[in-house]
Design a protein around this ligand. Sequence first.
Ligand code: GKR
Ligand code: MG
Length: 435
Amino acid sequence: MRISDLILHPIAIADPPLRSSYGLHAPFALRTVVELKTDSGLTGIAETYGGDGPVAALESVRPQVVGMDPFQLSSLFRAMTADVPSRQGDRSQTYLVPGENPLDRHTRTFAAIEIACLDLIGKAVGKPVCDLLGGRVRDCVSFSAYLFYKHGGGGGIGEDAREDEYGEVLDAAAAVRECRQMIARYGFREIKLKGGVLPPEVEIETIRALRREFGAAYPLRIDPNCAWSVETSVLVGRALKDELSGGGYLEDPCATLEGMGEVRRRLLNESNETPLASNVAVTCFDDVPAAQARDAVQIVLSDPHYWGGVRNMQYLSHLTEVLGMGMSMHSNSHLGVSLMAMTHAAAACSNLTYACDTHYPWQTERDEVVTGGRIHFDNGGVRIPAQPGLGVELDYDQLARGRERYSKIPYRKRDDEAEMQKHVDPNWKRILPRW
Ligand code: GKR
Ligand code: MG
């Protein structure tokens, strides 16, 4: 079996005005759907970051990909990373908007090709992707309710405007309502709040209100994406000691491994064992032992899209297990192809100690590109389908609609700061730490 063609579909999907320390989500998020065709008539698919940068990076590997045997992934990875001095070059989630860091070209680009190749291999041998990796440790992968503060609006523009399912969410009571709705619809059993948006007192109150409403059976995590100083991080960690313990965590409260290590040390001195998680300070394999040595991060946030694919997620699971660390999963705005890649990856990782993140509830049926519509959640989890490969196929009419939306919008990269200036505050800047 040889790859005979690489087809890239840049698409735009409606995205509500969600807030984070990066700023504001634009009305459309950008994604790229990748197709690999083979001489045997099979098609393998993947979904990755969108816009000019990721598309150009994928285009640049066309000569290496077309003609290759999809089973030979290790040599492709070696060829694609030959000019990277060390694995330290493969960084994705720095302080730039995720997916927009030019340095992480290799792992992101490779991941998209790897996932499409695994889909092909699965189809060729009649097995689901997770069963190509030594088999699954779970049939159903749990996800968390990913809450955002947001402005009113469901995303999209004009005829592509989407219904605003959750309304404006800019205080604790509205966040509880958002969570209630999300849990009623998807059945999630863990809760994540994207913080770093409102003053820390309001975010503390939001977490407390969520605990009062849902009880200790629903572990809580909060992620301000480095919006807090070390001092504020300690203050919040202290205030939320009870709420974040027992299966929850404090995610990227402040920047750098040094800062995270300092927060950890000070909390431990107060007998506060709230674990710290990261997808900002730890973004590549080189970072993991360094984070562990400083005790700066106890939970590494994986993600097949930027850690170099599904197989690298499995390596990360082994590495974190050996180092005595936990592992959970990060996400960015995505559709069903990505959700299935995340689900297969998670199913094959033994050291996955928390429900994974997903932005999936923020997208709608009208933007989904897999046949049969939205992926079904069962008690907050996604089941591994019986079909081979990722278990989903492309709906080409929907894909064409996504491409058309892409062709109509003026921007080709995510810029949450610019969106914030356009729609909320013309003087807004991403300041770290803000509090
Ligand atoms: O969607 O605005 C967002 C998030 O802030 C996302 O970009 C982050 O990468 O979800 C992510 C995280 O956990 O940091
Ligand atoms: Mg995060």
